[in-house]
Design a protein around this ligand. Sequence first.
Ligand code: 3PG
Length: 398
Amino acid sequence: KTIDSLGELRGKRVLVRADLNVPLDGTTITDDGRIRAALPTLTRLVEAGARVAVISHLGRPKGAPEEKYSLRPVVGRLGELLGQDVAFATDTVGSSAQETVAGLADGQVAVLENLRFNPGETAKTDEERLAFAQELAALGDAFVSDGFGVVHRKQASVYELATLLPAAAGELVLREVESLRKVTDEPERPFVVVLGGAKVADKLGVIDSLLGKADRILIGGGMAYTFQKALGHEVGQSLLDESKLDVVTEYMERAKANGVELVLPVDTVVAPEFSADAAPTTVAVDQIPADQEGMDIGPETSKLFGEKISDAATVFWNGPMGVFEFPTFAAGTTAVAEVLSKAPGYTVVGGGDSAAAVRNLGFDESLFDHISTGGGASLELIEGKELPGISILEEDAK
Ligand code: 3PG
């Protein structure tokens, strides 16, 4: 169901579940990508004369208010982008929220305080989540689900709320699902997947499902060292998940059996400590000194990955190639972003970190076909898992 299905919206109170979970340095937003991604839906509702209450989480507070997770810093930026003064309620369903929503004029927008300050949002039992969703539902006449980054969570504002009000998918959710399904359903070939990031455990599901689909899987970042160790190389102080050595060994065997090219780094940039000014040295992957840790893929690997990406008809990239937050160790991530930005195929960047990397390293977003706002959500969609926040909208549509 799309926003059209909600009918005339002038004067209606519309609750919009957005994902305004932006990275903050104190109260400074370091990447506003998720706020900008919420604009198509919000602008559309404003133009339709709806009274818009935006609900979102930020970080992972444990069901009670914590100042560092307040959504207040987001309000100013949202107002600038929307070109209107955005109101802010200091609670989510209490008197501040009720008064703020009641005070909205047609076409006006308010942000309600962090959903996760309420234990019902992420409660384990259906009853508790439903009870909180009922309090939320009392604030609106209709519900628009547009927080793509959170659609893989069965939480009150994502799932139960959609059962209580006329509900529709927002513009961002529609665009995300359409773009990511282009990658999963019948991708044009060669289909190349680039995976990075620190934790191999986070990517096992996606590798598992892609071993039957992708033509090539390139693995960099901290997760690559578990593969290197499984191949018998010493990885020094690099990130390593000993408990996954058997799984990755099985994946490497399955890749061979399925004719999927699994490409691992051939060189790596190491340093004696995890810090921005640690002295970098480039070594072959089987020459990592015992007292050093891997911080980035090396230049030979960047070149190799570039060759493996440039002829792709479809590319999906999730996870940085190294510690890109430190300029000395950003070269690998920059190189991958660079080839992707020039690749003639359909290019999708998934995930919070890789999306932030692309923007923070200065790449123009328009050089990529799609930059997802979802980390876990985009991976689970690629994996083919059912996403509660999407299926509830589809069920409702039925
Ligand atoms: C994200 O950052 O991936 C989304 O905002 C979801 O956050 P969560 O992992 O805390 O549910």
